[in-house]
Design a protein around this ligand. Structure first.
Ligand code: ADP
Ligand code: MG
Length: 248
């Protein structure tokens, strides 16, 4: 298993959000987590990445056989975990291109001691190429991280990071929401390419639209901090026709 979540209970501000949650992801698979607002989907994504606001009360998280409960977010990133945020923060004064270069250098250097970092110029060329695949204007790369970006532009920058940093496991937290149909298709294409390069995906979504373009191996329904139902792709049809209320 690439990711094993065992009996995980998580609190924020002394309130339990996730209850005794279990989830197993085999390398190379695409798992979908769906559920109503406030179910705890983003909490799961945050706690897997080691967000300090969330306290693990009990349970264990294993990534590639290593227990990661107490690892920092950057240590988890070095191991190959990555999450694409539902609401990426805006950070004034941090130039996007420099931010990406730093992340790229640190992550690849941590994964492979023999790795040779590209020059600023080489990275800039690589970045331009990657940005053009996603229809990201080169102007955007010069600006402060996400400051004043549209919702769709922020999501594209998250996908750009996925393509650049090549994690083993990508957690996509509603990356599809707020995208127009063209951007949604671009996202689906990029997820497929990532999968073809042996990527593993945990796709958190509200709406089944994106799944018309993808082939999930497993679908999980999360309600009130618990996975109440798991199944194959046909579970999507049930959700589409009857919503989440049947699981509550
Ligand atoms: P989802 O992503 O499924 O919509 P979330 O994980 O964002 O759900 O939220 C689950 C629950 O945790 C909600 O009741 C939410 O209010 C609560 N919660 C999430 N983040 C915080 C926080 N920083 N402080 C307090 N409560 C939070
Ligand atoms: Mg959420």
């Amino acid at each position: 298993m690439l990711l094993e979540v065992k009996n995980l209970s998580v609190e924020i501000n002394e309130q339990e959000i996730l209850h005794d949650l279990n989830l197993n992801l085999e390398a190379g698979t695409l798992h979908v987590v769906m559920g109503p607002n406030g179910a705890g989907k983003s909490t799961l994504s945050n706690v897997l990445l080691g967000h300090p606001n969330f306290q693990i009360k009990s349970g264990e998280i294993f990534f590639a056989q290593e227990k990661i409960n107490d690892l920092s977010p950057e240590q988890r990133a070095y191991l190959g975990l990555m999450s694409l945020w539902q609401a990426p923060p805006e950070i004034e004064g941090v130039a996007l291109e420099q931010f990406l270069f730093l992340a790229y250098k640190n992550i690849f250097a941590a994964r492979d001691k023999a790795w040779k970092a590209p020059s600023v110029f080489e990275f800039s060329e690589l970045l331009k190429k990657q940005a053009s695949i996603l229809n990201i204007s080169p102007e955007l790369l010069k600006r402060s991280l996400n400051v004043g970006f549209s919702g769709g532009e922020k999501k594209k920058i998250e996908i750009l990071q996925l393509n650049l940093l090549q994690p083993k496991l990508a957690i996509l937290d509603e990356t599809d929401s707020g995208l127009d149909i063209d951007a949604m298709k671009i996202l689906a294409e990029n997820i497929k390419n990532y999968q073809q390069n042996k990527g593993t995906v945990l796709l958190i979504t509200h709406y089944p639209e994106i799944l018309e373009f993808l082939q999930p191996d497993f679908v999980h329904v999360m309600v009130k901090g618990e996975i109440v139902k798991s199944g194959k792709k046909d579970l999507l049809t049930t959700i589409k026709t009857s919503g989440f209320s049947q699981f509550i």
